[in-house]
Write a protein that binds this ligand. Structure first.
Ligand SMILES: [Zn+2]
Length: 381
């Protein structure tokens, strides 16, 4: 490629300008540093070198790993400190040379003014005990949501939704609990969405009675049975969505049953079929999800309503299998999981665990709440 003839005159002009500027500078040497500047430069170099020594206290051999482990803003600060120390040492050397009257060093001392002012401004403060060394154990500890003030505050306030959000969502919450990293979460607290009741995990206390029972609005209640506020609201929304989707009307039979009601229910089953038969179909008092106020037995309705046994084959039952999780419900006793629950499959029995956990349950393909939370199977008392 041939040179552009247009540039040649410009280059010549620029070279001439540079030559003239250099000549002018040579005739006007920069002023030598004053005594005060020299004193300040020497003092600053001591400060900067001390700071550097503080940073390195312990072992120099560890410095690269310490620096690598520092967050970016601390690395930048260390670079400034080190740079200031080197610059000040160089500046002092130059200044001493200038004081000795060396013409060459006087010319170079143009940089001393800058160095001195930078050094006098002072390097950023470094803690007396040296730079902080990140602790590996402290990083690992943050893996538990129980160390997060937002999580523990939400737990203390009884705000399950906020606690799950603070833990990073339903799936993260589940993982933390199932892997034993959330000891502050109790799966036995009957007021929590994540409560697990089964044949090995009775309610505590055995005669627990929920405090906020209400009747779900706009849902056909065949037994006038109540639910806790959150599941009641979720049932209303689910029943409306099923109707809107053309899946027909969903009504319900039993929701909350008290400890004493469960005593008579269970005793009635025992009277009819014996203990073994009763235990496959009904919970003993103190071991029933119905006593929590978070469980409901639905039925399909079309004019009149069908029975519990009609749910599985109904279009309502089919819709519920696909969509109940969107409203916070799971099919608690799934087909083929009697080995875990000890109950025959109950397509009608829905348990409310809240929308975040229900989504994690659905997305993870879980069919027992025990496996979801890493608990052992509980087929028998
Ligand atoms: Zn039930």
């Amino acid at each position: 490629m041939s040179p552009d003839p247009e540039l040649s005159p410009r280059r010549a002009a620029r070279a001439e300008a540079e030559r003239l500027a250099t000549a002018a500078l040579a005739q006007v040497p920069p002023p030598a540093p004053t005594r005060r500047q020299l004193r300040e430069a020497a003092a600053a170099s001591t400060v900067a070198v001390d700071a550097g020594a503080g940073a390195a206290r312990g072992s120099w051999r560890r410095l690269p790993e310490v620096v690598a482990a520092l967050p970016p803003h601390r690395r930048r600060r260390l670079a400034v400190v080190a740079g200031a120390a080197v610059a000040v040492v160089l500046g002092v050397a130059v200044a001493i040379g200038a004081a000795a009257g060396s013409a060459r060093d006087i010319a170079a001392s143009a940089s001393v003014d800058d160095t001195v002012s930078a050094a006098v401004a002072g390097p950023p403060a470094v803690p007396d005990d040296g730079l902080p060394i990140p602790q590996v154990a402290a990083v690992a500890a943050t893996a538990t949501p129980c160390d997060d003030p937002a999580f523990t505050a939400a737990l203390a306030q009884g705000d399950d939704t906020a606690a799950i959000a603070a833990a990073g969502g339903g799936s993260a919450f589940r993982t933390a609990v199932a892997s034993g990293l959330a000891p502050c979460v109790s799966l036995s607290d009957p007021d929590r969405e994540w409560l697990v009741v089964n044949k090995q995990r009775p309610l505590e206390p055995l005669d627990y009675y929920p405090g906020d029972l209400v009747m779900p609005s706009n849902v056909r209640a065949l037994e006038q049975s109540a639910l806790r506020a959150a599941p009641a609201e979720a049932l209303t929304a689910m029943v409306r969505a099923a109707a809107d989707a053309g899946a027909g009307e969903i009504g319900y039979l039993s929701a909350f049953r008290s400890y004493s009601t469960q005593q008579s229910t269970y005793a009635g089953r025992v009277a009819v079929g014996g203990v073994a038969e009763a235990d496959r179909e009904s919970a003993r008092p103190g071991f029933s999800e119905h006593q929590t106020g978070k469980a409901v037995d639905i039925v399909p309705c079309s004019g009149s309503c069908g029975t519990l046994d009609d749910v599985a084959a109904s279009r309502q039952g089919e819709w519920v299998r696909e969509h109940a999780w969107e409203f916070g419900f799971i099919t608690r006793y799934a087909e083929g999981r009697e080995d875990y629950s000890g109950y025959e499959p109950e397509a009608w029995h829905l348990r409310y665990i809240g929308p975040e956990l229900a989504q994690a349950y659905h997305d993870g393909g879980y069919t027992t709440l025990e496996e979801f939370f890493g608990l052992p199977a509980a087929p028998t008392y």
